[in-house]
Design a protein. Structure first.
Lengths: 1072, 146
């Protein structure tokens, strides 16, 4: 339970901070002092000034090397302090510090070895030759042995100082403490003037300032790491350390001072040694006790403060706990609505973590839109009044759901009277709202029952039956209008036939709050007497007690007894319902039991006898209630199941069970049931409550569904197309063998797995996105999809996707081969087009040649003919007189043959031209053309009797001059072959099919033999000799050519001497 | 008019020339008839080149042009004549065996003054040639020459 940091963190006292600062700075200061004094002494030596050398005259001077080592040691400490302050890691300063320390060690070791081995290394006279202290045993300028020893210890201490590791710290501090001990001995010697104590060897005295400087520097070294090793005890924060700090100075100071005073007193003869000794002991004891007492007092005071602080802390924690876990929400907001504090309860409601809300969210973000509106409405008033009371708001949780709250807030104003922040308490209204809602619903239910009830109902006052509401049935029954009843009493309306009855009713009511099925006579407005069944119950509505009347008209005896029962039952239920609302729980359960739509019973778990059954069970199993209560539960089961149920019963005695079983009705039908059992105590007996759900129908339905599914499955299994069902998670629910083959897999490998598992990477394919789309949009879709197998091959599938309730149904067909065939076909087709182009080009060439040929024919073939006829005639003319008749005839033959040759050439040329000249298609009215043609042929028809039968002809689309040629040729033909008929009949007509116009020209002329019908339309083909019917045989060939060029067909029917019919067709085009 | 203008015939076929001359002779046309046998010769005549270099000056009354001729055909000759400012007014008549429509069209397009198809029947041929000679050499007033 963390709360604000400021309340939980203990404050550091200012003294502590000062101490720390001192500790931090002391090593630095001591190093400076050491260097300074060392330098002064050095200067003294160089200037030969004894004051500077020994400071205290008469005492031993500090030697040159001593002063030098002090400077070096001071520097070592100074460098170390500077290094420690600046940066982490080993710097130049660090190495300088180390080097200085080692110099101190080396020099001191050399000095010590001089003493131990009697060497003279001449290191003491390097700078100055000290003649004053010259001694025969000790070379001049040599430092005292104790000094050298001290420097050795100091060097060690400085050398291992680095990084403050535990072992090194212990070593360093041990060395320094030893050093201090030596120095203290010397110091004590100075104080008590005991020369032996500072002059260990007669010629090797340690100077006073040397001793002091050692102590100063030692303390400096100790202060580098005040929280390590031995120093930890002194600087610690606990009582022991505190005590040590307080007592240490006294323990050092008191004996020294007392000892000194004692010594001086004795030396000056103020008192005897005995007196001095006892005085010193007494004083020592007294002063010690005083010091101890004072210390104890101050420690107690500190301890008291600590205790108080602890208590406060605990209280604070308790408060925080209370604050956080109070059953109401609490928060405080700044002037902008930003959350400053919030308790856990409210956080829990909102579903946020503290750090998500504090100083991050504003109240606006924590309120629902609706809540914000109400908040905004009240906020100004709040700023003005300083409080908000019982505001109902709606908050929004992190997950977006909302909940109602009750807000109370008070404002905090700053010294200028401006709104600074707010503190709010909140109550979760969800439960209350739900409760209110359920009451509202209950009321609504009640009013619905009231107004829709098939039974007459009324609400009256408890005394005197003053009507406050009645329903329609009531009004109908008693023939009143609503306003005639409301506010009136039963007595005034004379509802009760007999006022005694009313009294009886009242007395009943006093005994029981519920009156049920009381038979009473009542009277309508018109005075009609009704036999009614009367029930009433007392209810509380908004704190006032009313009674509800239910009146059932029993007058009409036609209504069957059963129905009556039902209504009675209904009445009871209504009364029960109201009673239930009044809080009678037991009855509530009874209603639950009696009114349960599922057959329900309770049986004794020992005797297995039925203890209670509900109406539904009675209806369903067809036993009467009495029968039931005389039976045990084995009797409602098929005989073969009895053993099984007896085995199960002990299980059912404990707790809840759900199971499937079979029951037997009274008529012997067996039903499948789902059982919910619940062990309980009923009327003091161990019993089991059983709720039965008849699932016979459901089971049948399930069987039917299973059958249908089996059929469906068999069908799908045997389909040639692949069938699969993919669920919404892309899992194969079903697939047939074809799908498995298509997927190069097996059915059992697919079903139950997802597409992604089976075909990794499928998510990025088009197929997958189509399936996804079908799953989401629920629209069928068809597509062709190339499926890439993991081995690199691919097949093309036609897929039909159909949304089904389970997901998507996919019908797949491998169309790889089909597609290949289509491709090939397409290839052929394209190739065919190439062929056609090639052929066309060839034909064009041939056509050109033909054109050139016919051109030269028209020029060159005609010329010789002309020459033949020309010269024959000239010749004939010249020799005519000498010619015999035969000769003349021969000339005639030559001429006519040549003429005929000319005609043939002309026809041939016109025929070839027909095939070459461009067509100009437009709308053609055949009737106009026929009129034209008949005009042109009028010379030929002159003098002949011809019966023209021309029916109306359509407008068609074609080249007018060519079509005219066709008509002309056909009619000429008809005229030609009917020339021997006395009554020629020529018929022209047309019919129409959905694609083409069919025209015919029919005559009753010479006709032809159908045997030769194939030759009819050939060039120069003739079926008659030219003596009989003139012509070159080019006409029909021309017709065929023209009609073919129009896209139509020609054919003919006929018989010798029975005439002929020529047909041609012209396709129907859109242009017409 | 002291000198009758000449009739220039361009025809490569000797038989046709004979038939034509026979037709014209029987009619006693007084104009001198010049026979050329190909297009080259026609143009040589008109431009006084080759063997016609020293012929008497003057354009013919009419040119009867066959289409199918060696070297330069009738239509090419026609094109040349009609594009020459001194020759373009000479009446040029195409006299050919061809009934081809495209010849007809091209002939008139190039500015032929008439187009006559040689009839197959000799008597018709004779009357056609005579008619031509009569019309162009006698009846028709030739363009002025400067």
């Amino acid at each position: 339970m963390t709360h604000d940091n400021s309340t939980t963190n203990r404050k550091t006292t200012p003294t502590n901070q000062k101490d720390k600062k001192l500790f931090r700075n002391y090593p630095f200061i001591s190093a400076i002092i050491s260097i300074l004094i060392g330098s002064i002494v050095m200067t003294g030596w160089f200037l030969n000034n004894n004051y500077l050398k020994s400071i205290l005259p008469g005492y031993a001077s500090m030697k040159v090397n001593t002063a030098l080592l002090f400077i070096i040691a001071g520097l070592s400490l100074l460098f170390y302090c500077l290094d420690k302050r600046d940066v982490k890691g080993k710097t130049v300063l660090f190495y300088c510090s180390q080097a200085s320390a080692y110099i101190v060690i080396i020099v001191s070791v050399m000095e010590i070895s001089q003493y131990l081995f009697g060497w003279n290394l001449h290191i003491d006279q390097i700078f100055i030759n000290d003649i004053q202290t010259y001694h025969t045993l000790v070379p001049s300028g040599r430092m005292a042995l104790i000094t050298a020893l001290n420097f050795f210890l100091m060097g060690i201490s400085l050398a291992v100082l680095w990084d403050g590791g535990t072992f090194r710290s212990i070593l360093s501090q041990s060395a320094v403490i030893l050093l201090m001990l030596f120095s203290s001995i010397a110091l004590a010697g100075f104080i008590y003037n005991a020369q032996a104590m500072y002059n260990f060897l007669p010629y090797s005295a340690i100077a006073l300032h040397t001793t002091l400087l050692f102590i100063i520097l030692s303390l400096g070294i100790l202060s580098v790491y005040p929280d390590r090793a031995f120093m930890k005890i002194i600087t610690g924060k606990y009582f022991g350390s505190m005590m040590m700090r307080k007592l240490l100075p006294y323990i050092i100071a008191i004996p020294i001072i007392l000892g000194w005073l004692n010594l001086k007193g004795q030396q000056t003869g103020m008192f005897s040694m005995e007196f001095g000794q006892s005085l010193m002991v007494i004083l020592f004891i007294v002063i010690s006790i005083i010091v101890l007492w004072l210390n104890a007092h101050s420690l107690n005071k500190i301890e008291r403060e600590r205790q108080v602080e602890k208590k406060l802390l605990k209280r604070a924690e308790e408060e925080v706990d209370l604050y956080n876990n109070a059953p109401c929400g609490y928060h405080s907001l700044d002037a902008n609505g930003l959350v400053l504090q919030i308790n856990n309860t409210e956080l829990q409601w909102l579903g946020y973590a503290r750090e998500e809300v504090v100083n991050k969210k504003t109240i606006k973000e924590l309120l629902s839109p609706k809540g914000n509106i109400i908040f905004a409405k009240n906020f100004n008033e709040f700023k003005h009044n300083g409080y908000l009371k019982d505001i109902e708001l709606e908050m929004i949780r992190k997950d977006g759901t909302t909940f109602p709250i009750l807000l109370n807030a008070s404002a905090v104003f700053d010294t200028d009277g401006n709104y600074a922040k707010s503190r709010s308490t909140l109550f979760d209204l969800t439960e209350q709202k739900r409760f209110q809602q359920s009451i509202l619903e209950a009321n609504e239910r009640f009013s619905k029952v009231f107004f829709a009830s098939p039974v007459a109902m009324a609400v009256t006052s408890l005394t005197g039956f003053i009507f406050s509401d009645v329903n329609e049935i009531f009004l109908n029954l008693f023939e009143y209008k609503k306003n005639e009843v409301l506010g009136q009493t039963a007595k005034r309306l004379k509802l009760f036939n007999n006022s005694d009855e009313l009294l009886k009713l009242k007395s009943h009511q006093l005994d029981n709050s519920i009156l049920r099925n009381y038979e009473i006579q009542m009277q309508t407005k018109s005075g009609k007497i009704l036999d009614t069944i009367f029930s009433s119950a007392i209810v509380e509505i908004d704190g006032v007690f009313y009674q509800i009347l239910m009146i059932y008209d029993n007058t009409d005896h036609k209504k069957s007894e059963e129905e009556l029962d039902k209504y009675r039952h209904h009445l009871e239920q209504l009364v029960e319902e109201r009673t239930k609302e009044l809080g009678h729980q037991a009855k509530q359960y009874k209603v639950l039991f009696d009114g349960n739509p599922l057959p329900t019973w309770i049986y004794d778990s020992e005797s297995l006898k039925f203890l209670a059954v509900n109406e539904t069970a009675i209806d369903h199993y067809q036993y009467s209630k009495e029968e039931f209560l005389n039976m045990d539960i084995t009797e409602v089961r098929p005989r073969e199941d009895v053993q099984k149920i007896l085995e199960v019963v002990p299980e059912l005695k404990k707790g809840k069970h759900i199971g499937i079983s079979r029951h037997k009705k009274k008529d012997g039908t067996i039903i499948d049931v789902e059982i919910n059992s619940y062990a309980l105590e009923f009327e003091g007996k161990q019993a089991v409550l059983i709720m039965i759900n008849d699932i016979t129908e459901r089971k049948h339905a399930e069987d039917a569904i299973r059958d249908a599914e089996r059929r469906f499955r068999t069908t799908l299994d045997s389909l040639l197309e692949g069938c699969q069902i993919i669920d919404f998670n892309f899992r194969y629910l079903y697939c047939n063998n074809v799908v498995a083959e298509q997927g190069h897999s097996k059915v059992e490998e697919l079903i139950g797995r997802t597409m992604m598992e089976k075909y990794p990477g499928i998510e990025s394919t088009n197929l997958f996105s189509e399936i996804k789309r079908c799953l989401e949009e629920r629209k069928p879709n068809q597509l062709e999809n190339e499926f890439l197998y993991p081995d690199g091959t691919s097949e093309l599938f036609y897929l039909s996707l159909e949304p089904v309730p389970e997901g998507v149904f996919i019908l797949s067909k491998d169309i790889t081969k089909e597609k290949q065939m289509n491709e090939e076909l397409k290839n052929y087709r394209e190739h065919l087009e190439d062929l056609v182009k090639e052929r066309t080009a060839q034909l064009e060439v041939a056509n050109k040649e033909l054109e050139a040929f016919s051109y030269s024919v028209s020029h060159d073939l005609r010329a010789p003919l002309r020459h033949i006829t020309g010269f024959i005639q000239i010749l004939q003319k010249e020799i005519e007189a000498d010619l015999s008749e035969n000769n003349k005839r021969y000339f005639g033959y030559i001429t006519s043959s040549a003429d005929k040759m000319g005609v043939l050439i002309d026809d041939l040329l016109s025929f070839s031209r027909m095939g070459r000249v461009g067509m100009e298609k437009r709308k053609v009215n055949l009737e106009f053309i026929i009129t034209d043609v008949l005009n042109e042929l009028s010379i030929e028809t002159k003098g002949r009797v011809i019966d023209w039968k021309i029916s109306s002809l359509p407008i068609i689309h074609g080249d007018p001059s060519m079509l005219k040629q066709v008509i002309l040729n056909l009619i000429s033909n008809a005229l030609k072959f009917t020339k021997n008929k006395d009554n020629a009949v020529i018929e022209l007509g047309a019919s129409i099919t959905d694609k083409e116009h069919v025209f015919y020209v029919k005559d009753n002329g010479a006709g032809f033999d159908m045997k030769y019908v194939d030759k009819l339309f050939g060039v120069f083909q003739r079926l008659h000799n030219s003596n009989e019917f003139e012509g070159t045989g080019i006409g029909l060939a021309n017709i065929k050519r023209i009609i073919t060029r129009h896209g139509g067909r020609v054919w003919a029917e006929g018989a010798v001497d029975e005439g002929a019919t020529f047909y041609f067709t012209i396709p129907i085009t859109k242009e017409i | 008019m002291d000198t009758l203008k000449k009739i220039l015939i361009a025809e490569d076929d000797e038989k046709d020339i004979e038939l034509t001359l026979t037709a014209l002779k029987g009619f006693n046309i007084a104009n001198e008839i010049v026979i050329t046998h190909d297009g080259q010769e026609v143009l040589d005549y008109l431009y006084y080149r080759g063997e016609y270099e020293n012929r008497k000056r003057g354009n013919p009354a009419v040119i009867l042009l066959d289409i199918k001729m060696p070297k330069i055909n009738g239509l090419e000759v026609l094109k040349q004549i009609k594009s020459d400012e001194y020759l373009c007014r000479i009446p040029a008549v195409i006299l050919t065996s061809s009934k081809e429509e495209r010849d007809l069209i091209e002939g008139y397009n190039l500015g032929a003054n008439a187009y006559v198809v040689k009839p197959m029947d000799f008597s018709e041929f004779v009357s056609a040639v005579r008619g031509l000679g009569m019309f162009w050499a006698v009846i028709n007033e030739p363009p002025p020459e400067n």
